[in-house]
Design a binder for this molecule. Structure first.
Ligand SMILES: *[C@@H]1O[C@H](CO)[C@@H](O)[C@H](O)[C@H]1NC(C)=O
Ligand SMILES: *[C@@H]1O[C@H](CO)[C@@H](O)[C@H](O)[C@H]1NC(C)=O
Length: 732
């Protein structure tokens, strides 16, 4: 068939708010075999309307493009990315991507979803106030790159046809919903070239250049004065040209109403004087598809076209990219094509349920343990108080952009099914003067108290940032009362950032676990860990900041490096963490050592030996790191090997340390020694100069294993510095 994009009206309906799903058109038979196509649907040709807006951040979700019901009334709901990221297990992330895309494809094959999904969210979690941080893999650019790599491979597959099209969002430097009168619709993120190239963009480089993701979403905010969805520097110079994201089937979609808010809309950027001019600016800058939601007036691209706000060639290109994206996903192929056999039997399988539970168990982080965990909840500990707002509330465990899970395994239900005598009392979330008497009574008749608190996604959510990261006062009062009874208290914290300092000063708070948003089987995961049926080995993918941080770091300050009273951001620069990035205790002890590593390597040898091995020099493999890990304690456990780099090389100031490589090792038995190879690439050794160039510098490097450091090795790179990625400079 011929792809001759039709002009005008087709564009006005790029996001069609249809109810019900898609019927695949058939290009191998019937009229479409020799005809042109467009996006709002042409029934004569067997083309139904296509809804581009489908969500699946951690499982097929409830949203416009997806119709739940019948045999498709549930889908696997994995932990949010912040929790699965804490597992530091990228093969697991790929398996999650495979399951989500398999279920998504099964929905689509049955007319209940479409073929492109607006996932993953890879913006680094820069500020602890951000309401959408839990959708992301955390605060570290390298971690987010690796998470995105594994997830996209799972979602899109490795065949020539995409299983579904993944969409990396939100391009770029989007990590603020609202801070006073500054909102995501009008925020102008002022970002230095160095921070842009080093921190805000690498996850998108991974998506575009290295993972060849099918789609990228431009964000609401402006970057250095230009709204992202109208920025040719971001969308053309960097994304398409520098990252070679030039396949005909790769397209940019705007966040919903982003184009509206870059025009003359109230509350927006007022970057253009009319909606028509905004549409033109966005399309001409390289955006291909405009989503609008409810906030905006319906866009009228036809009149924008007629008033010459954008040209025919631009329209043709945009249409072609989207249609080719659907071609790449097999949308026009016949019923016997790849993935078309997936159906209801491929949704909510036992393997999917097992993976959702495993992801929650692997992602839970043991923040503190005075030796009380694991605990037997039988015999002398047979009465267990379970207190708090999510002890008995399974839906809380899902977080934003969720679908319907197959079951409700909250902690209380799971504990009862384990035969534990539970004394359950609900608790406050944000209420400050909650009555604690029922909770105290339950605790008094119990041997041990488990408190399920923190925050949920009514507190941190899309379009709602926080102003404080202190524990809510009512919950703190409750924990203090419970800790004052002389019984051991275990705190299980959900949600993202809270400063645990006040809990650490309570001697009866014997253990703290962080679960984030653990997904459909989070209750089972938490209880399995508390009972010792599985051992915790997750590591924090964020810094736990003191609550004073929100006074020291203005939310709108995008700078990563500290200066004067400004404390800097992330573990790379911030020195006074309550718990640092990478923190996570075990039920056992490990010792680690590095096996012989060369003391000196020459930069020219490294590059010479890479000839032909990688298209881009930053992807050249580096000497793999051979480590030896011994479980010196008495319980079997996984172990996440984290390798950080530190050293005075490259441009000052120098970061405290930078994550360079990692690997999760499984089920190391007491007394057992395991060896492992940690692979890394030259990118992990580079630093970024003030012009954004990624440079390999000569100097002395220290590889630090684990957090806190258990072993280190020092090596020297000799020779001249080499730019591995020359950064395109912004327009002046
Ligand atoms: C750019 O992308 C195209 C298409 O994916 C590919 O064929 C080509 O090798 C890439 N060029 C580089 C330098 O990677
Ligand atoms: C590296 O290990 C040596 C002992 O082998 C120790 O003296 C030194 O303090 C360590 N350095 C760092 C930065 O941890």
């Amino acid at each position: 068939m011929v792809f001759l994009p039709l002009l005008a009206l087709s564009l006005g309906a790029l996001v069609v708010p249809v109810r019900g799903g898609v019927t695949y058109p058939d290009c191998t038979n019937g009229p479409l075999k020799s005809n042109v196509v467009n996006s709002p649907g042409v029934s004569r040709l067997g083309l139904s309307a296509y809804q581009w807006w489908n969500e699946a951040l951690h499982g097929v979700a409830h949203n416009r493009g997806i119709t739940w019901g019948g045999q498709f009334n549930v889908a696997t709901q994995f932990p949010q990315a912040i929790t699965s990221s804490a597992a530091f297990d990228d093969p697991l992330i790929e398996r999650i991507g495979i399951i989500i895309s398999t279920e998504a494809r099964a929905f689509a094959n049955n007319g209940r979803a479409h073929l492109d999904f607006w996932t993953p969210n890879v913006n680094p979690f820069r500020d602890p106030r951000w309401g959408r941080g839990h959708e992301t893999p955390g605060e570290d650019a390298f971690r987010n790159k690796k998470w995105a790599e594994a997830f996209i491979r799972g979602m899109q597959g490795t065949e020539s046809t995409h299983r579904v099209v993944a969409t990396c969002k939100h391009y770029a430097a989007y990590d603020l919903e609202n801070s006073g009168s500054t909102t995501r619709f009008n925020f102008n993120a002022k970002v230095s070239t160095q921070d842009l190239a080093e921190y805000y963009l690498p996850p998108f480089q991974q998506c575009a250049r290295d993972s060849k993701v099918g789609s990228i979403m431009c964000s609401y905010n402006a970057v250095n004065g230009v709204p992202a969805c109208a920025d040719p520097y971001l969308m053309d110079t960097i994304l398409r040209k520098h990252w070679n994201w030039t396949d005909q089937n790769q397209y940019i979609v705007s966040d919903c109403d982003a184009v509206y808010y870059l025009g003359n809309a109230n509350g927006g950027h007022r970057y253009k004087s009319s909606y028509a001019a905004a549409i033109g600016a966005s399309l001409e800058a390289g955006c291909d598809n405009m989503c609008w939601a409810t906030g905006g007036t319906t866009p009228d691209p036809s009149s924008a076209f007629n008033s010459r706000q954008f040209g025919q060639a631009t329209l043709d290109k945009a249409m072609l990219r989207q249609m080719q994206g659907l071609v790449k996903a097999g949308y026009f192929d016949g019923p016997s094509s790849l993935y078309r056999n997936l159906g209801a039997g491929d949704v909510n399988t036992q393997a999917a349920r097992d993976t959702a539970l495993l992801a929650a168990e692997e992602g839970i982080v043991l923040l503190k343990n005075d030796g009380i965990l694991p605990i037997s909840m039988t015999g002398s500990n047979s009465q267990v108080a379970m207190i708090g707002f999510w002890a008995n509330a399974a839906d809380k465990m899902l977080g934003g952009y969720s679908g319907s899970p197959p079951f409700n395994h909250d902690p209380v239900t799971v504990a009862r099914s384990m035969g534990i005598n539970v004394n359950y009392v609900n608790g406050p979330l944000t209420q400050s003067n909650a009555d604690t008497s029922a909770a105290v009574n339950a605790a008094q008749k119990s041997n041990v108290v488990i408190y399920f608190g923190g925050i949920d996604n009514t507190v941190e959510k899309e379009s709602q940032d926080r102003t404080s990261i202190a524990w809510p006062a009512g919950q703190l009062t409750m924990i203090q009362r419970l800790a004052g009874l002389g019984k051991p208290v275990i705190v299980v914290r959900m949600g993202t950032h809270l400063d645990d300092t006040p809990l650490l000063s309570l001697s009866n708070v014997k253990a703290i676990l962080w679960a984030g948003y653990p997904g459909q089987d989070g209750g089972t995961a938490v209880m399995n860990i508390i009972a010792g049926l599985t051992s915790p080995a997750g590591r924090l993918p964020v810094t736990v900041y003191p609550s004073s941080y929100t006074n020291l770091a203005p939310y709108t300050n995008m700078a990563l490096r500290p200066s004067a009273s400004y404390p800097g951001r992330t573990y790379r620069w911030f020195k006074d963490a309550v718990f640092p990035f990478g923190h996570g205790l075990h039920y056992t002890e490990f010792s680690v050592s590095v096996r012989d590593f060369p003391a000196t390597l020459s930069i020219s040898d490294l590059l010479a030996s890479c000839k032909g091995a990688a298209v881009y020099q930053d992807l050249c493999p580096f000497q793999s790191l051979s480590i030896s890990v011994t479980n010196t304690g008495s319980r079997a456990s996984d172990y996440v090997a984290l390798g950080f780099l530190a050293g005075a090389f490259g441009p000052a100031p120098y970061p405290i340390k930078t994550l360079a490589t990692y690997k999760r090792l499984f089920d190391i038995q007491p007394g057992q020694t395991r060896t492992a190879e940690l692979n890394w690439k030259l990118e992990s050794l580079t630093r970024v100069d003030q012009n954004g160039n990624r440079v390999l510098y000569p100097g002395t490097y220290t590889l630090l294993l684990d957090q806190p450091t258990l072993a280190n090795v020092t090596f020297t790179l000799t020779g001249e510095e080499v730019v591995l990625d020359k950064w395109p400079q912004p327009p002046t």
